[in-house]
Design a binder for this molecule. Sequence first.
Ligand SMILES: [Zn+2]
Length: 245
Amino acid sequence: MATVDPKATLKALIDLQKLDQDISRIRQRIREMPQILERRGERFRQAEGRVAAALARVTDLKKQIGLCELEIKTKDGEIAKIQGAQGQSRTNEEFRAFGDHVQRLKKENRAIEDRILECLGTIETIDKELLDLKATRDALKQEVDVDRKQWQKDEAEYQADLAKREGERAGYAATIAPGPLSTYERVLRARDGKALVTADGRVCGGCSMSVTPNDYNRLMAGGQLISCRSCERILFISENAAAGR
Ligand SMILES: [Zn+2]
């Protein structure tokens, strides 16, 4: 049976608000955790992407080295042929021309060798970076796996807790008269889950506006529910303030 006694109603509403705040926190947790996990998963995927990019660069550099080595081999073949022909030279001029050509090709090969060394140096640098990148990726992967597993367990517990508290809430709500209950629920929605606030020190605990002396006296008398004239939240005197009065 719903109570119509204002004092009892106020007390029931205070308890109801505590329950509603718990319910709201649990719902928020259930809503937000998948998003948090998703963001962590995204960080892992980015780390994985950085590893893949570094590995792709190494592959590309090795391909470049392979091409350079092929080029050197081709030029070496050319050099051997020219040197063979040089042996058959009929004039000094011809001999020198062959020699010049060989020197040019050898110089080109040295430049290609330098390019190979440069590529090898870059690979070495990337390999060192890869150690860190892989360590970061693996740590993130482990974190994501642990978090997901934990959440699978936690979510079931949160859902069970939520169901239990929603059951309790329905029981509580049934003890409160429909009028005050609907006022409470309306203000709760409008005021971010805070429908009841203290009026200690004659100030609204919600919006900090002063409570009029008349309202304060009526509040102390406890004959009716008093709402803040500014934010409409239902006012009450906290037990500490009441005891110290
Ligand atoms: Zn207020």
